[in-house]
Design a protein around this ligand. Structure first.
Ligand code: FAD
Length: 345
């Protein structure tokens, strides 16, 4: 611990007050902002207002300047813009160098990243270069009124407790947040801000990775993050065959079918349809949980849903603690009735 503290001090972190402002890494792909970047701007705005400081977005890519307007509209006061053909596709060394150098020069108090494949790769690299700390997969962020520290809450010990983590001796305070944890802020068209152009000093020879070809993953059909209705099944459904009824109900509602980890592990549905701490985080308008107990790890992925309906034969199932509507009954009796009624509409 002492070695880490002295390393931090060597890195010039003894005066923490010079670190000001909240940053959001504005992840984009092919000129489209990732939804999580927009969600983080909403959360970043709240944190910046609590601190009375500015919110900045850090935008890297090739010819991505046109995205700045959106970043302002979603709450950024400033956009740090690093544009260069070398940044066209995400590559660890190039992106980590630009973000870490910029943070070293500008000294933000807080930097937030989406816990996407890119954010999960980038954030630890930047953390190491800045010799600071990182809290992965936060589910809640807040500012401690007394100390001004970022309170970073995330599940710990396999999700059995929620831990609040602080980074008292190093800056920036850095966190990743999974897509869908926060909702998107309102867009304020025409909101203006300042663009700061960041010089890109890295050369191709400094980067050990070359992109030969980009192969796009075939769409798996499931887009749970964007579905407005999700009908999810758990162990209580019983087998893969019986999941077909959930699928039919989901289709009648214009939604998607999803599963708890127990159902995925039983092989009844593919892992791309798992909701929860180790699956997807969703926030549909309607979430119907069928034969799902509502373990904390499952709730972590769906408790942001607007309306939750639970069907479970156990009246003490934890899912009922967060359900807006609860049906204590055998799911195999309720689903056929639901299907029939929906088909009649
Ligand atoms: P069960 O807990 O077995 O519940 C089945 C429910 O169905 C019961 O409440 C029962 O009353 C009800 N039931 C049974 N028959 C019927 C019937 N005929 N009609 C109505 N109700 C019926 N879980 C996830 O879902 N997602 C995750 O991402 C996830 N990540 C995890 C990460 C870690 C590190 C760990 C340790 C666990 C994780 N889990 C996750 C597992 C989680 O702890 C639970 O084990 C899991 O969610 C249970 O799934 P279930 O509710 O389908 O099954």
């Amino acid at each position: 611990k002492d070695a880490i503290i002295s390393e931090g001090q060597k890195a010039g972190q003894s005066n923490l007050n010079q670190y000001q402002g909240v940053w959001v890494f504005a992840e984009q792909r092919e000129g489209r902002l990732a939804d999580v970047a927009i969600e983080l701007l909403g959360e970043g705005r709240k944190l910046a207002d609590q601190l009375g400081q500015k919110l900045a977005a850090v935008l890297l890519g090739d010819e991505v300047e046109s995205l700045a307007g959106q970043l302002f509209a979603f709450g950024a006061d400033r956009v740090y813009l690093a544009q260069d053909p070398i940044l066209k596709h995400y590559r660890t060394e190039a992106y980590a160098t630009v973000v870490a150098d910029l943070a070293q020069a500008e000294k933000p108090a807080i930097v937030l990243y989406g816990a996407t494949h890119v954010g999960r790769d980038l954030a630890p690299r930047v953390t190491r270069r800045l010799r600071t700390g990182l809290t992965a997969d936060c589910t809640e962020l807040d500012i401690d009124n007394e100390s001004g520290l970022l309170l970073q809450t995330r599940p710990a010990f396999g999700g059995s407790i929620m831990a609040t983590i602080v980074c008292p001796n190093h800056r920036p305070q850095m966190a990743t947040v999974r897509p869908g944890v926060f909702s998107k802020p309102e867009k304020v068209e025409g909101r203006k801000g300042e663009i700061v152009t960041v010089p890109v000093k890295i050369a191709e020879k400094d980067i050990r990775t070359t992109i030969l070809e980009v192969v796009k993953e075939a769409k798996q059909g499931a887009n749970l993050e964007e579905a407005s209705v999700i009908v999810a099944g758990g162990r209580g459904i019983g087998n893969a065959e019986k999941f077909k009824l959930l699928d039919e109900v989901a289709r009648l509602l214009g939604g998607e079918v999803a599963a708890s980890r127990a159902a995925v592990e039983a092989g009844w549905l593919g892992p791309e349809r798992q909701v929860g701490q180790t699956g997807k985080t969703v926030r549909p308008k309607l979430y119907i949980a069928c034969g799902i107990s509502g373990a904390i790890q499952h709730r972590a992925g769906m408790q942001g849903s607007e309306v939750i309906v639970a069907i479970n034969k156990d009246p003490n199932a934890p899912i009922f603690t967060i359900a807006d509507y609860g049906i204590v009954a055998d799911v195999h009796e309720i689903l056929p009735i639901l299907k029939e009624e929906l088909a009649r509409l």
